[in-house]
Design a binder for this molecule. Structure first.
Ligand SMILES: NC(=O)c1ccc[n+]([C@@H]2O[C@H](COP(=O)([O-])OP(=O)(O)OC[C@H]3O[C@@H](n4cnc5c(N)ncnc54)[C@H](O)[C@@H]3O)[C@@H](O)[C@H]2O)c1
Length: 320
């Protein structure tokens, strides 16, 4: 396959790029390096330092005739989006829409879009794809708006929307990964156990077993495999659909802390702080639909490996 990846210098896009290259597919990457890391970009890929809204450059790149476009490029910081909603609307929706229109104009037919479970808002039960959406943050709203754009274009293109729950871990060879300076739970846990710094938990009065928020964390390598399977499938079946991507299992912040503590053999001090604005208490996927479509076979959530590889990645990158 000849694949174009937007946001391929980022955490998930680069992991997918490496997996596709390992399986002998051709990968081109568009990234403006706004949050991405240069060292994430695989040498074996063709890299274009380019904004997705750069009409001239994008049109030239699209002359290459790609089988599938995997669209990852976006700003992803939920908290920042509350302070700067316009920044998210412009980048994640307006620029992305513009880019997709250029792709459609260039006769590209197949797309896979990285959406998010944040579009569902708060939920007690496992979330199915047909659940009513209720995005709380401007980030989630911008991601949902682009989903709607895809549906509007259903006559002209095939698309698979993948709604990721939470993502963690690093691919086995530690060739690429997350930006260690970001503010996600996984980065914060790595920072805390490696530097032996206090770990802050936001909210201890969520309506959950231990009072801390519950999320469904999927290992990035499993997510990369999902992209590979759907890239093949969309080419063959030429269809459009939406799938949740998670393990269908929840883990609380406190339990994740315990896992990181066990793996690193460090127990940094924990301080509880107030709940963050627009924070969701529980978010767990129902992956029945996904497991009927592709062979996922997640017998056990791979949280131990997620913690181990994340810590290794953080340590390596802190030293470099
Ligand atoms: N990480 C998660 O847990 C998670 C969960 C749900 C959904 N997602 C979605 O997955 C996708 C990838 O997330 P990630 O964690 O890899 O983020 P990331 O920040 O590591 O990667 C995003 C990449 O997009 C690039 N980019 C942003 N705007 C661009 C633009 N206008 N033009 C060109 N490049 C641009 C950045 O430089 C970066 O390399 C995003 O769309 C995000 O919404 C991520």
């Amino acid at each position: 396959m000849n694949i174009l990846i937007t946001g391929g210098a980022g955490y998930i896009g680069s992991t997918v790029a490496n997996l596709l290259l390992d399986r002998k597919h051709k990968v081109s990457i568009i990234d403006n390096l706004s949050t991405g890391i240069k060292k994430n970009i695989p040498d074996r890929s063709i890299f274009y330092k380019c904004d997705i809204s750069d009409k001239k450059k994008v049109r030239k790149i699209l002359k290459k005739k790609f089988d599938v476009v995997l669209h990852f490029a976006a700003f992803t910081n939920n908290d920042e989006s509350i302070k700067k909603p316009k920044k998210y609307l412009i980048n994640n929706y307006k620029k992305a829409k513009f880019f997709l229109e250029l792709c459609i104009e260039s006769n590209i037919k197949n797309f896979i879009y990285s959406s998010t479970a944040a579009i569902y808002g708060n939920n007690k039960k496992r979330i199915k794809e047909n659940q009513k959406t209720s995005p709380l943050s401007p980030y989630a709203k911008s991601k949902l708006k682009l989903e709607k754009f895809f549906f509007k274009k259903k006559k002209d293109i095939n698309f698979i929307i993948l709604r990721y729950f939470n993502v963690g871990g690093i691919e086995k060879k530690l060739r690429c990964g997350f930006n260690i300076n970001n503010n996600t739970l996984i980065s914060n846990l790595c920072r805390s156990v490696i530097n032996e710094e206090t770990f802050f938990i936001y909210g201890k009065s969520h309506n959950t077993i231990d009072g801390t928020a519950i999320r469904d964390y999927i290992h990035v390598i499993d997510l990369a495999k999902i992209h590979f399977e759907f890239s093949k499938k969309i080419l063959k079946k030429k269809y459009s659909d939406v799938f949740n991507c998670g393990y269908g299992k929840g883990i609380s912040v406190k339990k994740m802390y315990n896992i990181f503590s066990k793996v690193s053999k460090k127990s940094p001090k924990v301080i509880f702080k107030g709940k963050r604005k627009k924070d969701i208490s529980v978010s767990i996927s129902d992956i029945t639909k996904l497991s009927h479509e592709i062979d996922v076979n997640y017998k056990k959530a791979k949280w131990l490996d997620l913690a181990k590889t994340s810590i290794d990645w953080y340590r390596n990158n802190k030293e470099n």
